[in-house]
Every structure is written in structure tokens, then in C-alpha cells.
Design a protein around this ligand. Structure first.
Ligand code: GLN
Length: 336
């Protein structure tokens, strides 16, 4: 009698994932952010990757369930909410969409417009927090938290210690908020806008959550697992465009060139990538490079983009390598 199989060949995506994971672990560990004291407690050896498809499938490796704070990745999502609430034109009057070529925490405005360069740097994100606080009043954080949770498909936790730590030490962000007020870009008291900004940064996620949120954006704003429409379709398009050009701080040009996937990183060590209409990718490795991007996260995305043909302008794959490799044209399923 034939033995029942005890081992099945790994699915192609899992084999690729474990290869990429091994390669990324070989990259430098980087340095954990310590300018927010509480962040320095992260374990630099942690590393996890998750891929979530628009079909609802999930593939993970490593520490994909370790919690960390979302930090600047929140900037992409709050920008999306602001666009949705106020519309593109009103938001454009408050914040630009031009890469700054300067560090994320630069104390500067665009010299001609006197507005922040873009919503992915701190000045822009604090302005967006002001817009949301104006629009939603004291409920703003609850609404932000609820939408982030809907995008992830579960109720996300909040890290009070990181919030307090940043609130106590965030003098540079206070400086930026006052610059914004002086320029007329922010109409609220600095602490009111910053309270929302520090809170949104302190929402906790895992690499799986980032992949799921990314898949929601990839799926035109509808969470592929819950089927709920989380974000407005047009706002998603505009958000992805700004992630593509400004999402990786002062490395955004290189990132677009080498990886070619709209993405956003945070100093907590996360990176969220979106391959439109295909998948979301989340990575976590808290060691950062001098730009503030996760060293092993960048290595992960570079390798995944190569292996899966994810670059938006890849000449052989035309941005649909993943679908081409795994999409079954007869059944419409993505075979993973
Ligand atoms: N809360 C952090 C700050 O404002 C977010 C920065 C980041 O992730 N780049 O400094």
C-alpha cells in the first residue's frame, strides 16, 4: 500500500520567501532608532516578512507576528484619509507632493509655497494630522485607529510607552509644528496636532498587518479578507503615487530605481510595499540605515522585487510578473 505523503513540495512563493529571508539576514544589522528612547528596546535580531495577496492568501517567514510601532508608515494612511475627507485640491493647498531630497525630520518648508514638500516627511505629516484634527475634532485618533484596523483586518493595539516617550522627547517635531504655524500651514496649537501625530505613530502592527494593509491598498481600498471598503479608490491612487516618489525618505529615488514598488518605511523598522492589484508586502527588522530605513527590510524588498518581477517598469514583466508567474488564466486564481 502506498504511503500517504508526509511532505509536499514547498509552494514556489514560500521557497522564494525563504531564500530572500536568508539573503536579507546576511545584510548588515543596522542600528535601532534611539532618538525616541523607547524604540531602543527593539531586538535588532528580529526579522519577519509577510506577503498578502489581493486574493486573501498570506505567506510569512521569520518574526512576522512581532509587534512594533507603525511610525512613519502611518503617514501614507493619514494622507489617504485626508484626501478622502477634503479632496485633492484642498489637501494640495496645505501640503505638496514633491520629494524633498532632505531627511524626514528636516525643519524646512518648500521655499516658494511655504508649505511642506510632501506628506511623507514629518512637516507634511504633522500638517496632515492638523487637517484630520480639524475635520474630525477630538474623535480624530479614534477614527484613524479604526481605519488602520479595518485595513489590517483586526483591531490594532496601541503602545502607550512609545507614545509617552515620543511626547516627552519630540522637541524637533515641536519645532517643525511651530514653523508650520508661523507659515500659516497649521492653524491648530502645536500640541493638538502633535498629539494626533505621535498617537498615529504609536499604533502597533506586525509584518503581517503591514502586508494586509498593503493588500488593501493594492486592492483599490477594499480589504481582500473582510471584503470591506476601507479607503476611497481615488485617494488610494494618489497615495500610492506619493509613496512611489517620497515614501522612503531620502532614498526614494534609489528605491524607485531599484525596487520600483510604492512603499513607506518607519523608524520602528517596518516597511510596507504595495504592488497594485496584486499584493501587499510587510517587512520588519528594526536596524536602520542612516536614512532611517530598515537595512534588512530594504534588502528584502530589493530581492523580492527581483525574484518576483515586481518593479513597476520591469521591461520583461511589465509590472505584472507576479501575476504572470502565478496567475491561472483559466480559473482566474492566483496559484501560490
Ligand atoms: N514618530 C517618528 C518621528 O516623528 C516617526 C519618524 C519615522 O518613522 N521616520 O520622528
Amino acid at each position: 500500500m502506498a504511503e500517504s505523503p508526509t511532505h509536499t513540495d514547498p509552494q514556489p512563493i514560500d521557497a522564494i520567501l525563504s531564500d530572500v529571508y536568508r539573503q536579507s539576514l546576511a545584510a548588515d544589522v543596522g542600528s535601532v532608532a534611539d532618538y525616541i528612547p523607547e524604540l531602543s528596546k527593539a531586538d535588532p535580531a528580529n526579522m519577519g516578512i509577510a506577503i498578502a495577496t489581493v486574493g486573501g492568501q498570506l505567506h510569512t517567514i521569520g518574526d512576522a507576528e512581532t509587534l512594533f510601532t507603525i511610525q512613519s508608515i502611518s503617514k501614507a494612511l493619514t494622507f489617504c484619509l485626508a484626501l478622502e475627507r477634503l479632496g485633492r485640491d484642498a489637501v494640495s493647498q496645505r501640503v505638496g507632493v514633491e520629494p524633498s531630497g532632505d531627511p524626514f525630520n528636516a525643519i524646512e518648508l518648500h521655499p516658494a509655497t511655504r508649505r511642506p514638500y510632501n506628506p511623507m516627511v514629518n512637516a507634511g505629516a504633522i500638517t496632515v494630522a492638523g487637517i484630520l484634527r480639524d475635520a474630525f475634532g477630538a474623535d480624530a485618533f479614534e477614527i484613524v485607529h479604526q481605519r488602520f484596523s479595518m485595513a489590517a483586518g483586526r483591531t490594532l493595539s496601541f503602545n502607550e510607552a512609545v507614545f509617552k516617550s515620543e511626547e516627552e522627547t519630540g522637541h524637533r517635531n515641536r519645532g517643525i509644528a511651530h514653523l508650520l504655524i508661523g507659515a500659516g500651514a497649521l492653524e491648530l496649537p502645536a500640541d493638538t496636532a502633535l498629539d494626533l501625530y505621535f498617537r498615529q505613530c504609536s499604533i502597533e502592527v506586525t509584518a503581517i498587518d503591514l502586508a494586509r494593509i498593503g493588500a488593501t491598498l493594492a486592492n483599490m481600498g477594499e480589504n481582500p479578507v473582510t471584503g470591506k471598503q476601507v479607503f476611497d479608490v481615488t485617494a488610494v491612487r494618489d497615495t500610492l503615487a506619493v509613496m512611489f516618489t517620497c515614501g522612503m525618505y531620502d532614498y526614494s529615488g534609489n528605491w524607485a530605481y531599484d525596487v520600483g514598488v510604492p512603499a513607506k518605511s518607519g523608524v520602528g523598522g517596518g516597511i510596507m510595499g504595495v504592488v497594485s492589484r496584486q499584493l501587499g508586502i510587510g517587512s520588519y527588522a528594526p536596524g536602520l540605515d542612516p536614512n532611517g530605513n530598515s537595512v534588512r527590510g530594504v534588502a528584502t524588498f530589493r530581492a523580492l522585487s527581483d525574484e518576483l518581477g515586481l518593479h513597476a517598469f520591469d521591461p520583461t514583466n511589465a509590472g505584472s510578473g507576479f501575476i504572470r508567474t502565478f496567475f491561472d488564466r483559466n480559473t482566474g486564481d492566483v496559484r501560490l
